[in-house]
Design a protein. Structure first.
Length: 94
């Protein structure tokens, strides 16, 4: 009888405070860190309505880190990619 291993390897971290290489300013507020954690199913569903992959990642980072979408849109590519990679690490394909 063949057994299929369905175990998902857990991410190294459950939560992460991402220190931004390039802080972003939106209005009078400057964001220098993003506090990230594992998204809930509802948060994933809400973010998935945003459109393409980049828009979904922007929406999810905004929801999880509790920062305005406009601030996430101003992230440098490296900061954005690090945040997206961390959140993607919780999915089976991530």
């Amino acid at each position: 009888m063949n057994q299929v291993n369905t175990a998902v390897v857990a991410p190294a971290e459950e939560e992460k405070t991402l220190e931004l290489r390039k802080p972003v300013k939106l209005g009078e507020v400057e964001y220098s860190t993003l506090n990230l954690r594992e998204p809930t199913a509802g948060e994933l569903s809400k973010a998935s309505k945003a459109g393409g992959n980049v828009d979904i990642a922007i929406a999810l980072i905004s929801i999880i880190a509790k920062v305005p979408r406009g601030a996430v849109e101003k992230l440098s590519q490296r900061d954005f990619q690090e945040a997206a990679d961390f959140l993607g690490s919780f999915t089976a394909g991530g």
